[in-house]
Design a protein around this ligand. Structure first.
Ligand code: ATP
Ligand code: FE2
Length: 326
């Protein structure tokens, strides 16, 4: 069975093709990089509209298949930016109807977890999902993926990107700050904001920018933001692992590519006799392969949708999905 998945919840439009053993036959994408400022939903949607058809064609070429070989079309149904979601949903509907194959809308956050289970040996992990817009600690309990902890304000990636942008660095800021952080090791005081299993980052952003105004170096600030923010994430992830009694932790989302975060979570995991899993970078960021794979799992478990049922949901919650395939 071959599934094609289209991702397009935010700034990245991606198309992936996977088979029933979670072999990634293609995973192509394009990310909108605004020259200045943040992401405008309509601009991102226009970007996706322009690129989605070429990316579909490219994915088939990379996979070495014809579109008629596909058995299922999946797409990111939410959560995300409305205009972006509607654009990829329209493309997915058109493709499914023209090929006369089933269509399934997939929850984006669930897909981050499922692709990690698909390509690593993780069986029943706690997922630390860290991206631009999302920061959640998710685990499977009583038939659903439940959010045990999350950010109370901005996502961790958003903290990194916004700080970088205010300091005149390019987008995305996360990888740039990771490199800057390697060059210094002076820990500046920043607010450590953990409430139970939730975290908050906007106070840290304000404090870091204030320190910058008072002359702190970018290297020291990048180092300090990483140390404090990642310690917060590691703490809440450990609390969730203890709470739900799981021995695996899986990283997902763009920030999961960060070596220092991997190091800290990995250390926490080994200290408690648990195992950490990190999918390859291209499967951590927003990508079509994770949508294709989750759609394929859902389809195998008997989930079906009519075209009418494929309406997008900007606030599609992780725990709304009935996980019948596990
Ligand atoms: P979502 O829609 O799930 O919120 P997203 O649109 O932010 O996701 P992703 O591709 O999952 O997209 O993640 C992008 C984020 O990852 C950006 O904030 C970027 O700065 C961050 N990032 C990427 N690489 C690194 C890195 N090496 N270190 C820290 N952050 C990183
Ligand atoms: Fe994401």
């Amino acid at each position: 069975m071959l599934a094609l998945g289209i991702e397009g919840t935010a700034h990245t439009v991606g198309v992936g093709i996977v088979d029933e053993r979670c072999r990634i036959l293609a995973n192509v994408y394009d990310m909108l990089r605004p020259e200045k400022g943040g992401i405008h939903p309509r601009e991102a949607a226009n970007h996706h509209a322009e690129l989605v058809v070429p990316l579909i064609a490219k994915s088939a070429g990379v996979a070495g298949i014809e579109l008629h070989d596909l058995d299922l079309i999946a797409f990111s149904q939410g959560p995300g930016l409305g205009p972006c979601l509607r654009t990829v949903a329209t493309a997915a509907r058109a493709l499914a109807l023209s090929l006369d194959v089933p269509i399934l809308g997939v929850n984006h956050c669930v897909a981050h977890l499922e692709i990690g289970r698909g390509v690593t040996d993780a069986k029943d992990p706690v997922l630390l999902y860290v991206s631009g817009g999302n920061t959640q600690v998710i685990a499977f309990a009583r038939g659903r993926y439940r959010v045990f902890g999350e950010t109370l304000d901005i996502g961790i990636g958003n903290l990194l990107d916004k700080f970088a942008r205010e300091c005149g660095l390019a987008f995305p800021g996360g990888p740039i700050l990771e490199n800057l952080a390697l060059q210094r090791s002076r820990l500046l005081p920043l607010p450590y904001s953990v409430k139970g299993m939730d975290v908050a980052f906007s106070g840290m952003l304000t404090a870091a920018l204030a320190l910058r105004t008072h002359g702190a170096s970018l290297e020291d600030l990048a180092f300090s933001i990483q140390e404090v923010a990642f310690a917060m994430l590691t703490e809440v992830t450990e609390r969730a692992m203890a709470h739900v009694d799981k021995e695996e932790v899986l990283l997902g989302g763009g920030v999961a590519r960060n070596r220092r975060l991997q190091e800290m979570v990995g250390r926490m995991a080994s200290d408690r006799g648990a195992t950490m899993f990190v999918p390859p970078g291209d499967l951590c960021i927003d990508n079509g392969a994770m949508i294709a794979w989750t759609g394929l799992e859902m389809h195998r478990a008997g989930v079906r949708m009519t075209i009418r049922g494929t309406t997008v949901d900007q606030r599609y919650r992780t725990d709304e999905v009935s996980v019948t395939w596990r």
